[in-house]
Every structure is written in C-alpha cells, then in structure tokens.
Design a protein around this ligand. Structure first.
Ligand SMILES: *Cc1c(COP(=O)(O)O)cnc(C)c1O
Length: 192
C-alpha cells in the first residue's frame, strides 16, 4: 500500500522489483501515477471506500478494485466498465465481524446476491477482501482469515486480499494472495 507515500518511495520500491501498488485516495493516486508514467509497467490497485461518483475515474486509473461493497455499486461499475471498454479485476469486500468503522458485504448478503454479481460482465470478480477489526486477539484474527478463505472457496474465488502490516503473517498462513502492506514496507506514512 503506497497511499500517503511520496513518489520517490514508490520509485525506489519499483526499482527493487515491486510492481503492484495500492492507493486509497483518487486524487493523490492520479497525481502520483502521472509522475510515475516513465516507470512501466506498474499495476495499480484501488483499495479504499469507493464512492459512486468516483467509479469512472477509478476504473480509468486502476486495473483492480479491492473495495466493491454493494450490489448497487457493482451494477454501476459494470455499466461504466462496459462504456469504457474495460474489464476490471474486482474483489468483494466482506465484513466477517461487526465493525462500525468498515463497510463490506456480510457473508449471507454476499451469498444472496452472488448469482447476479458473478454474472455482471465485464467485471471479473476474482476474490474477497477483508480488513480485521482493531483489537482482535491473534487467534481471533486467524479465525477471521480462515472464515474469509472458506467463503472464497465456497464461491469459487481464488484470490484473497487480506493482511496489513500488523496482521499479515496470520493472513498469509490462511492463504492470502494479496497482503496489503504499507507502513511495514515504507515506514510510517508522512502526516498529510
Ligand atoms: C492503509 C491500508 C493498508 C496498509 O496499512 P499498513 O498498516 O500501513 O500496512 C492496508 N489495507 C487497507 C485497506 C488500508 O487502508
């Protein structure tokens, strides 16, 4: 996760072989992408709350979106992706434990709309994304990540976006395919 990090840090990581970068603020990301246009090919992931009115620019600037959190948003994304002739990779964000700070599909809600979601061409729904609530014990995080992996398996999804600097070892042990490490790689984010 390169959100909040200056372009020089991304350039250094890219020189060391890192290709995929996650950003959560659209304007910041667009500015950085423009400054990094000479570094090819970078693979940009949008990982943050996605407002309906930002769908078009997000799809234009990111090949992958990790934060699809409602059927309504999915329908809108599919319509706009078709208009833009894009087929974005998408992760459904799931909320496996109560967490007032986070959005996401609850598992039963996701299962209920799954037949429609999976058919929403040209979206390519590849996996699930989850964020562990603050303050869980290690064993609780292990259980949460295992639940996410089991749900993905049930739905036939191969990719799992889970794990941040503070909990990536448990996420990786549970089968994460995309750990989202920010401060653990780049150091603390500079203040805004
Ligand atoms: C910022 C962020 C991360 C990275 O967090 P770190 O603790 O710095 O590794 C991962 N996932 C999401 C959704 C984020 O917003």
């Amino acid at each position: 996760m390169s959100k909040g990090q200056p372009v020089d840090q991304i350039r250094a990581a890219a020189a060391a072989g890192q290709v995929s970068f996650g950003e959560s603020r659209l304007q910041e990301a667009i500015a950085k992408q423009a400054q990094l246009a000479d570094v090819e090919p970078l693979d940009w992931h949008f990982i943050g709350r996605l407002q309906a009115n930002k769908v078009r620019p997000v799809l234009r600037h990111f090949a992958t979106v990790h934060s699809l959190d409602s059927l309504e948003l999915a329908r809108r994304m599919a319509r706009i992706a078709a208009e833009e002739n894009l087929s974005p990779a998408v992760f459904c964000q799931v909320k496996l434990r109560p967490d007032p700070a986070k959005t996401g599909f609850e598992p039963e809600a996701l299962r209920a709309c799954w037949p429609e979601l999976r058919a929403l061409a040209p979206l390519r729904i590849e996996g699930l994304m989850t964020i562990a609530p603050q303050g869980l014990e290690r064993a609780e995080r292990q259980a949460l990540f295992a639940d996410c992996a089991a749900l993905a398996r049930d739905l036939g999804l191969r990719e799992l976006s889970m794990g941040m600097s503070g909990d990536w070892p448990e996420a990786a042990a549970a089968g994460s395919t995309w750990v989202r490490i920010g401060s653990g790689l780049f150091g603390a984010r500079p203040p805004n």
